[in-house]
Write a protein that binds this ligand. Structure first.
Ligand code: P6P
Length: 337
């Protein structure tokens, strides 16, 4: 595999494959550069004033970590002046962030969870930045929240950066999934995987088992069968992983297969799930499907869901295709009974 830089990969996607126009290449390079800046802050840990909580809450009512605020500011400041964006949306912002009139406006809408997995920051476990790119398709003047409310299948790019033992950028522009590892000596993103494929089968599931008593029957049935092992109906033993950092769990699945589930549970029956559709589930679903996997909310393909609110939540079942299809079949059986 050619160890090319992110820039060379994007230029080839633009020039040779006609896959992405120049402003989208600029957008992705800008987000990647912002992720490098975030990685520096994350890696400082206790040596920098970046751990612990800020004295603020986000729109979700969650107490913000200092790094949540830092990552959010880095992404906004990096992208606001480039002329490639119409507006931005962030898990950390109540409403969308418009591009000030002093800067040129572009046609892209950038959405992000600036630092996902915040509960892991202070305990030195992998966390990440998730981003999604839509095109502003409405021709009304200006930009408002309604411009963002597009189904995930409209995404033109998506990716995440995992801040772990390696700092790795994972990206799709709709032409498969590639991975770049940050070379800290040169500061370059270097291509380290050029055709990510998720195995259709797996023996590894990821779910927060402490919520078991709250799950709907189809989820309980699926997990019980996994736990029954080779003596049970699946005829094989399963392993379990749960990092409680979606980026880390999804990265493992892209690397060796698996199924990730954060399903609806009865603790908050009026909420479809914990994770957010627009800037967590949609980008991860785009990446997983581009790598040959599947992603549903239990019943419906995530990328087909028509959003009604910017911060709406969704149930998530994603990863190895045959396992996701099994869970979806159990949900459909339950819905039909
Ligand atoms: P729990 C992190 O806060 C997050 O949004 C995802 O990254 C992760 O998969 C999930 O929540 C973990 O949730 O309830 O297990 O702490």
């Amino acid at each position: 595999m050619r160890r090319i830089s992110l820039t060379q990969y994007l230029v080839e996607q633009q020039r040779d494959r006609g896959q992405i126009p120049p402003p989208l290449r600029l957008l992705i390079e800008t987000v990647a550069r912002a992720c490098k800046r975030i990685a520096i802050s994350v890696n400082k840990g206790a040596l920098g004033d970046v751990l612990g909580t800020a004295d603020t809450e986000n729109v979700q009512g969650e107490v913000q970590k200092k790094l949540d605020v830092i990552a959010n500011e880095v992404l906004i400041e990096a992208n606001v002046w480039g002329g490639h964006l119409a507006a931005m949306a962030s898990e950390e912002l109540d409403t969308i962030s418009l591009v000030p009139d002093r800067y040129p406006q572009g046609e892209y809408l950038l959405l992000f969870d600036p630092l996902d997995g915040s509960s892991n920051i202070d305990v030195n476990v992998s966390i990440g930045t998730i981003f999604s790119v839509l095109r502003k398709v409405t021709n009304h003047r200006g930009v408002d929240e309604s411009d963002f409310l597009q189904p995930g299948k409209q995404q033109v790019a998506a990716g995440y950066c995992v801040y772990g033992p390696q700092t790795t950028l994972v990206l799709t522009v709709g032409d498969g999934v590639v991975m770049f590892t940050l070379d800290r000596e040169t500061g370059s993103w270097v291509l380290t995987e050029d055709d990510v494929q998720i195995p259709a089968d797996t023996k590894e599931f990821a779910i927060n088992m402490s919520n078991m008593r709250h799950w709907a029957p189809p989820v309980r049935k699926y997990i019980d069968e996994c736990l029954a092992g080779k003596e049970g109906p699946r005829g094989k033993d399963f392993n379990m992983r749960w990092v409680a950092s979606m980026v880390a769990d999804v990265h493992r699945i892209l690397t060796r297969g698996g199924i990730f589930m954060y399903p609806w549970d009865q603790r908050e029956p009026n909420k479809p799930g914990k994770l957010r559709l627009m800037y967590e589930a949609n980008p991860m679903a785009f990446i997983v499907e581009q790598a040959g996997g599947a992603a549903t909310n239990g019943l419906q393909r995530i990328l087909d869901i028509g959003p009604t609110k910017l911060h709406e939540r969704v149930s998530v079942v994603l990863g190895s295709k045959n396992e996701v299809e099994r869970v979806t079949a159990y949900h459909r059986e339950a819905a039909a009974s």
